[in-house]
Design a binder for this molecule. Sequence first.
Ligand code: ADP
Ligand code: MG
Length: 341
Amino acid sequence: MNDFYLKGVIKMDEFAFINTITPNAYRQSALLKGIGDDAAVFRQTTKDIATAVDTFVEDVHFTKQTMSMYHVGYKCLAVNISDLAAMGARPVFYLVSIVVPHKSTEEEVLEVYRGMSDIASIFNMDLIGGDTVSGNDWMITITVIGFVLSNKVRYRHHAKDNDFVFVTGTLGDAQAGLQILLHSLSVEKSDYFIERHRMPTPRVDFSLQSMPIKRMALNDISDGLASELNELAESSDVAIIIDDAKIPVHPYFSQFKKEDQYNWKLFGGEDFELVGTVAPTEWEKLQEIAKSLQLPITKIGYVVSDEKINGNVYIEKDKQTERLKPKGYRHKIGGENNEKR
Ligand code: ADP
Ligand code: MG
């Protein structure tokens, strides 16, 4: 970054801007050098390192119609943290590459960083670097780094025959919140649904607390339950059968149209709950862990292995079983409902 890029975008000079976003103190002892040199440096000698990156583009992944810049920063980091949770990793660091629109204000840029900083503090993460350029639309790319014990990585390919399939929390809430905002729906508990859209809670605590479980396949629900289940089934080369009636929803979810309920809980996505599979012998232990965190956990189905159907997901509904295809709302706003594949 140099001064030139930021002229007219951020009224502060480069030095002042980086100073403003540089943490006063770092939380992670593994860090040797944070912001301020050509690259950040950390040391890790006992754990494996998990890393992920996600990009948020204005009017593709979010709209200012439903999110303030604070929420954009908060959610963009939350989404990345959720990926680490889905691997069983403890979030530790993040780096931010940001395209700041010419038309934006200094206040808006700082709000993005305030949002990120608020959720980072919940999980003890440090901002250790980034890059800043100006452009036409907001674009925020966050790279996250997490640590995980090598035998506790929760790969998608870990599902096995006979496993139970479970999800945390309730599904469809984030999509309900988005629709409430987009269409000014007047419904009960709208604040709850709206918050689930703007400020998702990555299930890091559940993921870390479930370390006593020997083997678990995990995926976070970003593109919708149907899509994530298909990924698990494909990666593990097994079939998954779930029961529609068991999919957990919020008590106030029933106020929405039946068709919306079905689509939102299965294809809505962005709830950032975890879906996974676990051996029946470990199910009770996993339930206890969730209970200790006051996090609902629900068994929604099971895994079978049969060459003829492996790789597929099936849903039982009204005493009929049908294939559950992975269609999800890939780009919810602005674009079409692109099918994932
Ligand atoms: P360089 O010219 O070496 O790329 P920069 O001037 O871009 O360095 O950045 C200086 C320091 O500030 C680096 O440590 C960099 O990681 C950090 N930094 C720059 N922009 C951001 C940003 N938007 N968010 C977080 N850290 C940033
Ligand atoms: Mg740079």
